[in-house]
Every structure is written in structure tokens, then in C-alpha cells.
Ligand binder design. Structure first.
Ligand code: 13P
Ligand code: SF4
Length: 332
């Protein structure tokens, strides 16, 4: 049985079991979490039902902090692989489950460790700041990690004369270069969701809704960020949508965040920014691999579990802890 499960996880990335269609998954998940002392930590890009059953919903920084401090035995990470890996790095005594192991990230994939190691060797006088959207191996090669919430503060914690490499997101790196006046060397990676927003379609929307504000995640391209009314991490975009006096927002990030925006400000209108293709959904195909059914089966089976080599974990922990330290000091 165990063997068959392992084969299935390797092939599919998750365990498939027949679920009684009459089961109330919301109730079952609640029950099993209590029995097993488990929590669900979810990113804002998860589907609405998953956000609704989570103990904590947040951005990458909030999720890392939450994973570090939880005393639950089991953490079900409703997000993507690098996020669950970060939780394991910070809290190795906990069982970290990812409902579908195939939930990767195009940014993380754009930075293969062997190539990055060569790049690092070529620029040995540079220190390395890596965006948290990267593998444990890349983290282990970095001096400090950052998220979109604290990237500016992390960069500014280095003296201006210090040569820096920023990896793997070239859009976030270019944005931080612009707002800090730095000239960090950028790795050529992008997010498949944020790089396809259409300037032309957004401009048309702005004409149609002249009072609408464009709010954008810094993983978007420069042409989108340069016309945005506000640029920020998912948490910052959400907070802005609550506190701002406007009524209509064009949201240039993954569609999952709209669930919290609408929940918190039901009187306001949120329009997903249109991408350059025929799909109008802005879904991250990796984030959306997680489903309520997979959360249930992974809680039942306690698999798929995130495991990693201890040497990589220890090396990757240092730059993440440095990030948390700088971030706490800066009040982010
Ligand atoms: P934040 O939620 O930290 O802004 O990150 C967005 C993202 O792309 C996560 O994959
Ligand atoms: Fe990666 Fe982009 Fe998906 Fe975030 S939205 S997980 S950066 S591919």
C-alpha cells in the first residue's frame, strides 16, 4: 500500500483516493486538523475555498513567519513548492505537506543551481540577494533572501558601494533598482503570470473606467509598473484596496487575491487586469493545482511530505534568518 502510494506521488505529485461525494469536505478537514494538530497555511493566490479553511492566509513573508512560529505538528502548505520548502527550512521538526508536489514556480525554475553557481563565481565580488521564489539550493548560495514586501529595505541594508546580484526576478530587481537608485546585476527570470499583462488592454480599461486605479505587483513588467497608481506585495495591495478612498481597482496580479479584496471591501469594484492572451483569468497554474480534495487527502495520508538534505537546509536557513532579522528591525 505504502509502496503503491509512493509510486503514485512520484507520477502524479499527489495521492489520489476515492472521496465519498457526500462528505462535507469543510467539516472533514476541520475535524482531521483537530485530531492531528495540523494547520493549513495558505497564500492569497489559492482558490477561495482553500483560503476559507486556512488558519492563516498571507503573502510570502507572512507565511514564512507563521511557519517559523507555529507549534502545530503538521503544516499543510497551500501554496507552491518553494514556500513549503521555506517552511521546512525554518521549522524542520514539523511535518510539512504540500497537497501537490507539482506545484512549482516559473521564477524558481528560471534559476537552475548549476548555472547560478557559475554566475556567482564569475561575479565573486558581488553579494547575493535572492527573492524567496527560488529553490533551497539557490537560497543556500545566497547572502540574504527577500520577499516583495521587504525587498527595498533588504537592498537598502547594504552600503551603496557594495556590488549586488539580485535573482531570480528581473522585473522586481529592476523595480527595486529604480526606487533605490541602485544598479544591481539582475538574473534573467520572470513570473509567467505577471509578465503577460497587456498594456494596451489595461489602457483601454482605464479609458472605460477613468476613476479606476491600477494596482500592480512588482513582478509585473516595467511598462505596467510605470503606469500603476500603486505597486506592492499581495499584502500591500490588499491593505491599499481597503484603506484607499477610491471605488474601482484594476488588479495586476494573480486572481486569487480578489477573494480577500472583495470580502474586505464588498462595496468596491475589482477588475482583474487583462493579460496578453485570450484567457482572462490571471490564474497561476502552479498555485491552482491545489484543491480542497487534495488538502483532504494529504491530511489523511500525511503525504506528499517536503523532505530535504540537512546540509542544504542549514545553508538555506542562514540567509532566510538574515532576512527576517533585517525585516523585523525595519518594522516590515
Ligand atoms: P507575495 O505574496 O509575497 O507578494 O508574492 C507573490 C508571489 O508571486 C508568490 O508566488
Ligand atoms: Fe511563481 Fe508567478 Fe506562480 Fe507566484 S504567481 S508561484 S511567482 S509562477
Amino acid at each position: 500500500m505504502i509502496q503503491a502510494q509512493e509510486i503514485e506521488i512520484k507520477q502524479k505529485g499527489y495521492v489520489e483516493i476515492l472521496i465519498d461525494p457526500t462528505l462535507d469536505l469543510f467539516e472533514e478537514i476541520k475535524k482531521i486538523k483537530k485530531q492531528k494538530n495540523a494547520v493549513v497555511l495558505a497564500h492569497y493566490y489559492q482558490e477561495s475555498d482553500i483560503q476559507d479553511i486556512a488558519e492563516y492566509i498571507g503573502d510570502s513573508l507572512g507565511l514564512a513567519r507563521e511557519a517559523q512560529k507555529t507549534d502545530a505538528e503538521i503544516i499543510v502548505f497551500a501554496g507552491v513548492h518553494f514556500m513549503a520548502e521555506t517552511a521546512k527550512i525554518l521549522n524542520p521538526s514539523r511535518k510539512i505537506l504540500l497537497p501537490d508536489l507539482n506545484a512549482g514556480c516559473s521564477l524558481s525554475d528560471s534559476c537552475p543551481p548549476a548555472l547560478f553557481k557559475k554566475f556567482k563565481e564569475k561575479h565573486s565580488d558581488h553579494l547575493i540577494i535572492s527573492y524567496i521564489n527560488c529553490s533551497a539550493e539557490i537560497k543556500a548560495l545566497s547572502d540574504v533572501i527577500c520577499t516583495s514586501s521587504n525587498a527595498k529595505k533588504i537592498v537598502e541594508s547594504f552600503p551603496k558601494e557594495q556590488p549586488l546580484i539580485f535573482a531570480p526576478d528581473k522585473n522586481l530587481g529592476a523595480y527595486i533598482n529604480k526606487i533605490t537608485g541602485r544598479s544591481m546585476l539582475l538574473w534573467n527570470g520572470t513570473c509567467m503570470v505577471h509578465e503577460i499583462f497587456s498594456l494596451e488592454k489595461i489602457s483601454k480599461l482605464k479609458t472605460r473606467y477613468p476613476t479606476a486605479k491600477l494596482i500592480a505587483h512588482p513582478e509585473c513588467e516595467e511598462k505596467i509598473l510605470s503606469i500603476a497608481d500603486m505597486v506592492g506585495s499581495t499584502t500591500e495591495l490588499l491593505k491599499f484596496s481597503q484603506s484607499d478612498s477610491g471605488g474601482t481597482y484594476i488588479v495586476a496580479t494573480e486572481s486569487g487575491i480578489l477573494h480577500q479584496m472583495i470580502k474586505n471591501s464588498p462595496q468596491k469594484t475589482f477588475i482583474p487586469a487583462p493579460p496578453n492572451n485570450s484567457c482572462a483569468c490571471n490564474d497561476c497554474p502552479h498555485m491552482k493545482l491545489n484543491t480542497l480534495e487534495k488538502i483532504y487527502t494529504c491530511l489523511v495520508n500525511e503525504k506528499p511530505e517536503i523532505l530535504m538534505e540537512e546540509t542544504i537546509r542549514v545553508a538555506a536557513k542562514k540567509p532566510i534568518e538574515r532576512m527576517l532579522e533585517i525585516s523585523n528591525q525595519a518594522g516590515v
